[in-house]
Design a binder for this molecule. Structure first.
Ligand SMILES: *Cc1c(COP(=O)(O)O)cnc(C)c1O
Length: 405
């Protein structure tokens, strides 16, 4: 097992180390949940205050022409390099759930002969729930949810779209983006990636993989802050052909033409629906300044090293790791399976280490390279071993289920 001195030596030569100071850091907290709700950049605090006091409080409606109306496009363009997209292929809007709905319905309407949405059993719940809702809105459409091993054979000439989450929220297992996009295309289907657990966690190259569509979260690894909207990607070649089923005035070619008939904007703007959430966009835009100069190779290398520290600790504590050992086959968290996962998670939180629990038996620890030091992860590993060896997780209060786990 690595010593604390060795972990500190890694911190001393960590090219990402300086970034930690650019986040709000609660005292005494080791935060291993940035995969679910990212730490808050100080820049987002300042941007939100400016948004409240000056942009809304003072400038009021004039702010629409002073940067607000272009914010979804501008923020989308800043996300684009993190996901291997062109600036003109990404827009920030709504939530991941709503964006999934828009893209799934659009994919189903592209070719009436293709009526099936294929996805993975155990995918993030909202992806499956939204897909079920979307097929319900398109006559004749159907959702086919199958185990990972059966995905390839579930694709066929009836498939409209293959919907996959790139890095699995529970196990962390990552699909090969190139391979699966090729498979979807071989069946004549569109490929829709959910990048919620990959953007900002691992290098993503949508265009390198020739992907068609994608969505993702702003408030997880991107650290977008309170109210950060999600984003969606539509490859250039599909932009004119696909239509947003939630056709609202902000996606209109001329929102301030105030016409009765809908005419979609060209480019990504047609994927907007209603008034953009400017406060959340401002917080997210400020967070993206942190990402501007970040080398994703360094992020991936640090993630892999943090994983190794936590893997050794978890296994020493007798836990079974369910996350792939190959860094290229996973996202940036580590998950352990144990029947006592909930109580162990709570006992760890009581010791100042915040991770989370995923029903029924997974302890999930996020390893976010921008916000964590090697020494923090080392301490978290030590505390995990202590909590288990001492049996303190058996205290009854740690088994009381909260609403959000
Ligand atoms: C977090 C997450 C979401 C969240 O969707 P919301 O609409 O923001 O609630 C969706 N999909 C995946 C894969 C996620 O990890």
């Amino acid at each position: 097992m690595m010593t604390l001195a060795e972990a500190e030596a890694l911190d001393a030569r960590d090219p990402l180390a300086a970034l930690r100071d650019r986040f709000m850091r609660p005292d005494g907290l080791i935060y291993l949940d940035g995969n679910s709700l990212g730490m808050l950049p100080q820049a987002s605090v300042a941007a939100s205050a400016d948004m409240m006091e000056r942009q809304w409080g003072d400038r009021l409606i004039r702010s629409w022409n002073e940067g607000w109306i272009e914010a979804p496009t501008r923020v989308g363009a800043k996300i684009a390099p993190l996901i291997g997209a062109a600036a003109s292929e990404v827009i920030a809007a709504d939530s991941t759930s709503v964006n999934l709905f828009k893209l799934i319905v659009a994919a189903l309407r592209r070719d009436p002969a293709r009526t099936v949405v294929v996805s993975e059993a155990g995918n993030f719940p909202t992806d499956l729930h939204i897909a079920a809702g979307a097929v319900g809105c398109v006559p004749g459409a159907e959702l086919r949810v199958v185990a990972r091993e059966e995905l390839a054979s579930a694709l066929g000439d009836d498939t409209a779209v293959l919907l996959l989450t790139h890095a699995h929220y529970k196990t962390g297992a990552r699909f090969d983006m190139v391979d699966w996009t090729v498979r979807a295309h071989a069946a004549g289907a569109l490929m829709l990636w959910d990048l919620s657990h990959s953007a900002g966690a691992v290098a993503v190259d949508l265009n390198g993989a020739n992907a068609d569509l994608a969505v993702g979260c702003g408030y997880k690894y991107l650290n977008g802050g309170p109210g950060a909207p999600a984003y969606l990607f539509v490859a250039e070649r599909w932009q004119a052909a696909l239509a947003n089923p939630l056709s609202g005035w902000m996606g209109h070619a001329a929102p301030f033409g105030f016409t009765d008939d809908y005419a979609p904007a060209m480019g990504m703007k047609r994927w907007l629906t209603g008034t953009p959430p400017v406060l959340g966009l401002g917080a997210l835009e400020a967070a993206l300044t942190l990402w501007r100069d970040i080398d994703m190779t360094a992020v991936e290398a640090k993630s892999a090293a943090l994983f190794d520290i936590m893997l050794v600790a978890g296994e020493a504590a007798g836990l079974e790791c369910v996350t792939p050992r190959d860094p290229a086959a996973r996202g940036s968290h580590i998950s352990f399976r144990t029947p006592d996962a909930y109580a162990i998670t709570q006992a760890l939180i009581a010791r100042g280490v915040v991770g989370d629990f995923r029903d029924p038996d997974v302890l999930r620890l996020g390893l976010t390279p921008l916000t964590l030091s090697y020494a923090e992860v080392w301490h978290a590993g030590r505390l995990l071993c202590e909590v288990i060896a001492s049996g303190e997780w058996r205290q009854p209060e740690f088994s009381v289920r909260a609403t959000v786990t």
